[in-house]
Design a binder for this molecule. Structure first.
Ligand SMILES: [Zn+2]
Length: 327
């Protein structure tokens, strides 16, 4: 009638198995208790000499009835479930009906199910690992390709897309020999999200974005992970809003016009990870987070750093390109 897939869960089968053992124990112990109590009744009657045979027989028959019910209930439940699942064709499959599941629940099945589950889990992990390796290789290849291209043009990391607003002539950010050059003063002039000069999902400067991705993939390889803010480039009005929002917390947001977020060359890590899947707390309470420690140590290998690690108003989540200069 309906498949009972929970019978593939080792934990549930274990509970069913314990229930079965318990019920069998009850069925075994009840008659013994019955015989003992009835015998005691008769014995007491004999000792006191009271002639209460009739009431003892009545009491005993009640007890026998109770015992029969204890015996029958599990059998009846089983029968009822079998009838409910009368449409089941294959009775050897424990997922077909509860009666079969109940019958088949034993330590061997539990072990088999546990092994099956462990295998499925390790297969999934292996798949995930292969996928990560592939991603990592792709990002590394792209990174390399960009670097080669940069060498040819004496510019490290060229932009993938439209560069109209993003060069020195137009007062934008440009990268030369791995150094990010950005105009001093007015901030966020070339910031266009999410398209325009920034052709990555969150509107970061493309070269910066590539480095962030390389760091993320390396983190995954090392058994951690990193998530970045989805706001890659803050426009001037967004900077004003951010500044107003954190006005009461000194050092939490730069004065509008001074933020490198305005150039798409700064990011705030939104999550560091304890391991591949488990995040380290929230609200930026990252103390003792192994993923954060890893990121701080390894960022320079990917042309990145956390410049506010030792600042007066510490921001251990704020990441930027390693080498930058104003022009
Ligand atoms: Zn920041």
């Amino acid at each position: 009638m309906f498949q009972i897939l929970f019978c593939e869960q080792p934990g549930i089968v274990q509970v069913i198995y314990f229930l079965k053992v318990f019920l069998n124990l009850v069925r075994f112990v009840t008659p013994i208790i019955l015989i003992i109590t009835i015998s005691l009744d008769f014995y007491k009657n004999m000792l006191t000499g009271a002639n209460e045979k009739e009431s003892i027989i009545k009491k005993s028959s009640n007890k026998i009835m109770a015992c029969i019910i204890v015996f029958l209930v599990p059998t009846m439940i089983n029968l009822l479930l079998s009838i409910l699942n009368a449409a089941s064709i294959d009775t050897s499959d424990y997922t077909n009906d509860f009666a079969t599941c109940y019958k088949e629940a034993n330590p061997t099945l539990i072990t088999q199910l546990k092994e099956k589950q462990a295998l499925a889990l390790s297969n999934k992990e292996e798949e995930e690992r292969k996928k990560n390796l592939l991603n990592y290789a792709n990002v590394q290849a792209k990174f390399k390709e960009q670097e080669e291209k940069g060498k040819e043009n004496n510019v490290s990391g060229s932009y993938n897309g439209n560069t109209t607003n993003m060069n020195k002539q137009n007062g934008g950010v440009y990268v030369q020999n791995g150094v990010f050059y950005f105009p001093s003063g007015a901030s966020g002039k070339g910031c266009k999200t999410p398209n325009g000069s920034f052709n990555n999902p969150y509107g970061y400067h493309n070269e910066f974005w590539n480095r962030l991705q390389a760091l993320k993939q390396a983190a995954i390889q090392a058994g951690y992970n990193i998530d970045y803010s989805t706001q890659g480039c803050r426009t001037y009005s967004q900077q004003v809003a951010t500044y107003e929002k954190y006005r009461s917390t000194p050092g939490r947001a730069a004065k509008p016009g001074n933020s490198r977020h305005g150039w798409g060359i700064a990011s705030d890590v939104s999550a560091f990870y304890k391991n591949a899947t488990q995040k380290c707390g929230n609200n930026r309470s990252y103390s003792n987070c192994p993923g954060m420690k890893w990121a701080h140590e390894n960022a320079p290998k990917y042309g990145l750093n956390f410049p506010l690690l030792n600042a007066k108003y510490k921001e251990d989540w704020h990441i930027e390109p390693l080498n930058k200069k104003t022009y």
